[in-house]
Design a protein around this ligand. Structure first.
Ligand code: PGA
Length: 240
């Protein structure tokens, strides 16, 4: 996948909801929103991945985490090979919560990215600092399947939830694109209906509140009422 006009909206549900019936209901509601040119990519907890995929085959559904390997004795893990075989649309790597709570580091993320790309899986690499980019450049072969998501830890709602200046995000985007000019660049961390239009990026990663349909619909509404695209927020279009 190369550069494109429509924006990607990744909904990282994190560890919610409690049961499959809620996950199915919420996804059904999501399908009823009009997305215009938004590409909605859903990252539910892994336990809901297959039933959601079966019920909503047209929706891009991915995994919030992955283990770099094929098959073997790794209790509790899901491999990139399994993700590929079960048609995950993408995997998220490097999220701040993986760094803080599960003590994962760049060495682990590089192994995950390599393994995902070897399996032709789209990877969303969430990075926090600029110095990660040069290391990725050195270690990872060029691939359009790699998407960068700038997620400064302090901006994420589960940490400080402090807003980041759009000009700072633009600078980071320029920096990343000086290494990876062909790759998509997303921003994540306390994105709200109030600030979503101020970031010049290819899309957004929405966390905790992405499980609230009302919030997602407000984000989309706000984006389009403040952009040059006009239209009625009704009907439905597929995000796959
Ligand atoms: P937030 O998180 O939208 O809850 O701030 C973003 C993320 O976790 O990627």
């Amino acid at each position: 996948m190369g550069k494109k006009e429509s924006k990607i909206l990744i909904l990282n549900w994190k560890m919610q909801p409690l049961n499959l019936s809620q996950a199915l209901k919420t996804t059904q509601k999501l399908m009823e929103l009009c997305w215009f040119d938004f590409d909605i990519w859903l990252a539910p907890p892994t336990i809901y991945f297959l039933p959601l995929k079966q019920k909503f085959p047209q929706l891009k559904i991915g995994l919030q985490n992955i283990y770099p390997g094929k098959i073997g004795a790794f209790t509790g893990e899901i491999s990139t090979a399994m993700a590929k075989a079960n048609r995950a649309s993408f995997v998220i790597v490097g999220h701040s919560e993986r760094r803080v709570y599960f003590k994962e580091n760049l060495r682990i993320f590089l192994a995950k990215i390599k393994s995902a790309l070897d399996h032709q899986l789209q990877v969303i690499f969430c990075f926090e600092r600029l110095n990660e980019i040069a290391i990725v450049k050195k270690e990872i072969k060029k691939s359009p399947l790699l998407i960068f998501a700038y997620e400064p830890r302090k901006a994420i709602s589960s940490f400080k939830g402090q807003s980041i200046e759009p000009s700072k995000v633009k600078k980071v985007k320029n920096y990343v694109q000086s290494f990876f000019p062909q790759n998509l660049f997303l921003y994540g961390g306390s994105v709200t209906p109030q600030n979503i239009t101020s970031f010049q990026v290819d899309g957004f990663l929405i966390g905790l509140r992405s499980f609230q349909i009302k919030f997602v619909s407000q984000l989309i509404n706000s984006f389009y009422s403040n952009s040059s695209i006009s239209g009625k927020l009704s009907g439905h279009s597929s995000g796959s």
